[in-house]
Design a protein around this ligand. Structure first.
Ligand code: ASP
Length: 406
């Protein structure tokens, strides 16, 4: 049997834990291997955000007027549900508080950033020198710049095509590079887990169960109240029928952990089970698979809080808002491929000055978290498609009402 990547990562994690328990002295010495993996992840951040966000914005098409209303509605639903998702994540991250008592302590090279007021943060979103922002890795400025570039490319039309192609090609190459980096994840995770357990013992692992619990509970409630509740409230259609109709893509999303990979199934379900026209579903769904990630947003919120708690860092109100803001943006910039949310977590952490090493701690359980978040990501896209299809009268009630076997 050929082992899948996530099998290997789990094996790496278990072996790392065992090594850390059996030979803690030696285990702490292989940390550099783990550091190299973290560096590989960090290497991806700037090009990944820059290219995938610009492509996400560009995918809205260049006929801005025609797409205006549908695009506006789509974005509104995506943004609101995502921001709600992060808040739900933060809420459960606070209640379940998975990192409290973990006490990793602040690692040597970490210095909390001095914190600015909200106005200053807003002003600093706009860079005076994009090249400098890219070079220094100022993620917020890069995000704003990428969105603006994406809009400008769309508006430029024919002459902007070569640049659009360049971004699309860059994004594809970076996705490939992400997949390559994920190939060495088992070794990176092995080294990091060995080091973490060698250094801190098993005490650290128990809270990870709580992280899983927090992400799953928050995701389930988001599914029930926001996605199914949203369908009921905004379309007056049966949420149960909706859920039955989207079972295929949901299960495939859970198993594949890729929204993009699930897209063909989502398209089929939207047209054949939900009764949404091809015109709407072929615009709303691909856009959603790129930019709408409710599950990823929940995950970013929970894990950012977990890492703050584990490092004993008190977050200010201002930082909570920044987490909501950056998690929303991070989930927009997250590619619909396995493990992408883990990499985008670095964006959220760095925006509030939390230690990036925290990523290593959640990396070992990422697959389990990815299954929940991808399922929700796909569910959110399908909800938006139904709402927009219904409101634009691009919807066939007879198709929706036909019996769907699960
Ligand atoms: N795997 C997720 C997706 O494809 C993205 C993520 O890693 O959060 O939707």
């Amino acid at each position: 049997m050929k082992l899948k990547l996530w099998h290997k990562i789990l094996i790496g994690m278990v072996l790392g834990i065992v090594l850390g328990l059996v030979a803690p002295e030696f285990a702490t010495k292989i940390k550099p291997l783990g550091t190299m993996f973290i560096n590989l992840i960090k290497m991806l951040i700037v090009p990944l955000i820059f290219s995938s966000l610009a492509v996400g914005v560009m995918s809205m098409g260049n006929d801005v007027k025609k797409m205006g209303i549908i695009g506006g509605k789509t974005l509104a639903i995506y943004l609101v549900t995502t921001a709600v998702a992060v808040s739900i994540g933060l809420f459960f991250g606070t209640i379940i508080s998975p990192g409290t008592g973990v006490e990793i302590g602040v690692s040597g090279n970490f210095e909390p950033k001095p914190f600015q007021g909200p106005l200053e943060t807003l002003v600093n979103l706009v860079t005076t020198n994009p090249v400098a922002s890219l070079a220094s890795g100022n993620v917020l400025q890069i995000i704003v710049f990428s969105i603006l570039i994406g809009v400008a490319i769309s508006l430029t039309g024919e002459k902007g095509k070569p640049l659009a192609n360049l971004f699309e090609s860059t994004a594809e190459v970076i996705y490939k590079l992400t997949a390559m980096v994920m190939q060495v994840a088992p070794f990176g995770v092995f080294a990091l887990m060995a080091w973490v357990v060698g250094q801190y013992g098993l005490d650290l692992l128990m809270p990870l169960m709580k992280v899983i619990l927090a992400v799953y509970v928050a995701s389930l409630l988001h599914l029930l109240f926001i996605i199914l509740g949203g369908v009921k409230l905004l379309t007056r259609l049966s949420p149960i029928k909706f859920l039955k109709g989207i079972m295929d893509p949901l299960i495939f999303a859970f198993a594949s952990t890729s929204s993009s990979g699930t897209l063909p199934l989502s398209m089929t379900a939207a047209q054949e089970n939900l009764g949404v026209s091809r015109k709407i579903s072929s615009f709303v769904l691909p856009l959603g698979a790129t930019i709408n990630m409710n599950g990823t947003a929940i995950y970013e919120g929970v894990t950012a809080l977990f890492i703050a708690q584990a490092y004993g860092i008190e977050l200010t109100m201002n930082q909570y808002f920044i987490i909501i803001f950056t998690s929303t943006l991070a989930s927009i910039g997250t590619a619909g491929v396995p493990g992408a949310g883990l990499i985008m977590l670095s964006l959220v952490l760095s925006s509030v000055g939390l230690p990036l090493e925290g990523i290593a701690i959640v990396a070992g359980i990422d697959r389990i978290l990815d299954m929940a978040r991808t399922t929700l990501n796909v569910g959110g896209d399908l909800m938006a498609t139904l709402i927009i299809g219904k409101s634009e009268k691009e919807f066939d009630i007879e198709v929706f009402n036909k019996d769907n076997k699960v």
